[in-house]
Ligand binder design. Structure first.
Ligand code: F6P
Length: 342
């Protein structure tokens, strides 16, 4: 077979592990040829690609980022996008393509599949917000980075009796904020799923003070939003999928908390630190399992599916189901931990 591969959307630790596993299995077990497209769907539109070999993918397993590059290009943002994609598939004689990405990249994969191109998806995102898989690779690494940062901020917050606000990633889903906040013993955790009440945030912080704890850790997902009319936020520019550029809630919280409580407050925005660097062993193994399963799926003709972790097993699920909705934090789950706050 001739199989295309691309990585799209925000990068995440473990992408190279998937690419390596795909190449190993396709080339060694099936004598396939693997064509890597550069910078996500942009590589398909611009026909920018290279053949991936065992040699060219050596040593990449522990490396963060993606050797193929990534972008947030949307094939369907231009009318001729699907036709150009079809022409690229034909020009390279592709039997199909493995798209490694999150909701946007896999959304394009699903639409191309409906339009008659053969695509298999592999789920990635540090946000862990893809439905149909229990976990995406990248999440575990991001969680470790965020938890370690919170531990470090804890000690300095305590020394200076400060409120430290930690802004972590998570556009629509608060999994990183919730889990890193729980692991780091945060006093307040704010997630995109539940608009927060700034008065309640300040009440929890004041209660800690009244109990003799003069520092607090507030973990906020970048997508956390205040209840309507309680705090003004500015919106960032939109990408090709219509998502605003986030980042800024941490500094707004810093201002509001200090103003309302009178306690010295500082914000730390972890940003892309969470997406960079070497993947954890868990992410390397999950990514490798997904890569091997994607090649099996291609050889079984299971186009239009996505690899997924269900409990401990790797399964194939319909791409349509995978992109139908996001896996967000259930309100009951968040509320269960309320007793730990403040
Ligand atoms: O989708 C993953 C993610 O890391 C989100 O948490 C974040 O909002 C977004 O990517 C940031 O993307 P970019 O690096 O393109 O600004």
């Amino acid at each position: 077979m001739r199989i295309g591969v691309l990585t799209g959307g925000g990068d995440c630790p473990g992408l190279n592990a998937v690419i390596r596993a795909i190449v190993r299995k396709a080339v060694d077990a099936h004598d396939d040829q693997v064509i890597g497209f550069r910078d996500g769907w942009r590589g398909v539109l611009e026909d920018s690609c290279e053949e991936l070999t065992i040699e060219s993918t050596r040593g990449i397993l522990p490396r963060g980022g993606t050797i193929l590059g990534s972008s947030r290009t949307n094939i369907y943002a231009r009318d001729d996008g699907p036709d150009i994609a079809r022409a690229t598939f034909d020009r390279h004689g592709l039997d199909g393509l493995i798209a490694i990405g999150g909701e946007d990249t896999l959304g394009v994969a699903q639409r191309l599949n409906v339009d008659g191109l053969r695509v298999i998806g592999v789920p990635k995102t540090i946000d862990n917000d893809l439905a149909a898989t229990d976990v995406t690779f990248g999440f575990d690494t991001a969680l470790h980075v965020a938890s370690e940062a919170i531990d470090r901020l804890h000690t300095t917050a305590e020394s200076h009796n400060r409120i430290l606000v930690v802004e972590v990633m998570g556009r629509h889903a608060g999994w990183i904020a919730l889990h890193s906040g729980l692991a780091g013993g945060a006093d307040v955790i704010l997630i995109p799923e539940i608009p927060f009440d700034i008065d309640e945030v300040c009440r929890l912080i004041r209660r800690r003070h009244a109990r003799g704890r003069y520092f607090s850790i507030v973990v906020a997902a970048e997508g956390a939003i205040p209840k309507e009319g309680t705090m003004a936020l500015s919106a960032g520019a939109l990408d090709e999928f219509g998502h605003p550029r986030l980042g800024g809630i941490g500094y707004r919280l810093e201002q509001e908390i200090e103003q309302r409580t009178g306690y010295e407050t500082r914000a730390t925005v972890l940003g892309h630190v969470q997406r960079g660097g070497t993947p954890t062993a868990f992410d390397r193994v999950l990514a490798t399992r997904f890569g091997l399963a994607a090649v099996d799926a291609a050889h079984a003709g299971r186009w239009g599916t996505m690899t997924a972790l269900r409990s401990t097993q790797i399964e194939l699920v319909a791409l349509a189901d995978a992109v139908a909705e996001l896996r967000t934090v259930p309100v009951e789950e968040y509320q269960r931990y309320g007793v730990l706050f403040g």
